[in-house]
Design a protein around this ligand. Structure first.
Ligand code: MG
Ligand code: MG
Length: 347
């Protein structure tokens, strides 16, 4: 086995502690919270990999049983994060894709100052076929820092620009953790032999323009005409050779955004006739992805305003999502506003 590169010896716990040192008023609670979260992600990573194996063994069973297994894993991942965070004592209230209502946490022993929103398993319909899935999280401070006991719904309905940390884990060919506290985007790769996340990409930047687009083309005829025009434009040959764009689509939102973060281009989930407000959930999916992509120099909007400026009205609120390279998302917004670039008018 080759030696581990000595450039790769920064663990996530070490990195978080160093970052906390930048804030003299920090109490250590934030480091402790992130430590708990990465512990939960380690557990999910291990069990997701086993569940994939179980699904392969279970293929002879009916489709219903497959569906049930996946649902169990969604629920299991939810429980792992919920219980780990409750035990940690730094979270006063949570929202999860798998919980109908908010989860207030009344910590007796600690003065919990943070709020967590999470999607325990994104793209879980892909687990049967061994395709990348992930977990997404957003951390906020509670509104009233002097308050004691459990947090409230209002603590969870803060706009995304108030996130103090956001990130996601991807359970792909390796498990990685992409995270930001508002000082750039750091990528950690999990080394299962060490049981540690090691820093593998510091201050990741998204290209300002890409050559790829990502969307569910099956919805084409269910989209608004302006969205169709934009996607048609991406598929048209341009004189400068920039287009046509290539199409990539995994159907795990977090994985599609992750690829876009590395290669540039745009990921879009517009409203369609079946999902009039789009399909992404603002509070525990879109806000975290938007913070990561913006911290990497990209852009994320609902077509009209920045995702992170939307004030949520409820924890399960949907939003359209246009996210990726700054120039690509800006161009898409021009189409959505009815201002087509000259090339399109010639078409
Ligand atoms: Mg989910
Ligand atoms: Mg999801």
């Amino acid at each position: 086995m080759p030696f581990l590169s000595t450039d790769r010896l920064i663990t996530i716990d070490h990195y978080i502690a160093e970052e906390e040192n930048l804030h003299p008023d920090a109490s250590g609670d934030f480091s402790s919270l992130l430590h708990d979260l990465t512990f939960a992600i380690r557990i999910i990573s291990r069990d997701v990999r086993r569940a994939g194996l179980n699904d392969i063994l279970g293929i002879t069973n009916s489709t219903n049983i497959h569906g049930e297994q996946v649902r169990k894993l969604d629920k299991y991942s939810n429980e792992v994060i919920k219980k780990t965070m409750i035990q940690g004592g730094n979270i006063c209230v949570m929202a999860s894709e798998e919980e109908d209502d908010i989860v207030p946490v009344n910590s007796e022993s600690k003065h919990a100052k943070y709020v967590l929103a999470y999607d325990p398993l994104d793209g879980s319909s892909n687990i049967d076929v061994n395709i990348t899935i992930g977990s997404i999280f957003s951390v906020y401070q509670r509104l009233d820092q002097s308050a004691k006991g459990a947090g409230t719904l209002q603590d969870l309905l803060q706009p995304g620009y108030k996130q103090v940390a956001a990130g996601y884990a991807l359970y792909g060919s390796s498990t990685i953790l992409v995270y930001t506290t508002g000082h750039g985007v750091q990528v950690f790769t999990y080394d299962p032999t060490l049981g540690e996340f090691l820093l593998t990409n510091q201050n990741l930047k998204i290209p300002s323009k890409g050559r790829l687009f990502s969307c569910n083309m099956g919805n084409y005829y269910n989209w608004d005409e302006r969205v169709r025009q934009y996607v048609d434009y991406l598929r048209m040959k341009s004189d400068d050779g920039d287009r046509p764009y290539g199409l990539r689509y995994i159907a795990t939102g977090v994985a599609d955004v992750h690829r876009t973060l590395h290669y540039g281009g745009i990921y879009l989930y517009p409203p369609d006739l079946n999902n009039l407000e789009g399909k992404f959930r603002l509070v525990y999916e879109a806000n975290a992805l938007a913070m990561i992509v913006e911290q990497a120099g990209g852009r994320a909007s609902n077509g009209i305003v920045r995702i992170q400026e939307i004030v949520p009205q409820n924890i399960h609120q949907h939003t359209p999502l246009f996210i990726g390279s700054k120039l690509d998302v800006m161009e898409c917004e021009l189409f959505l506003q009815g201002n087509h670039p000259a090339q399109l008018r010639q078409f």
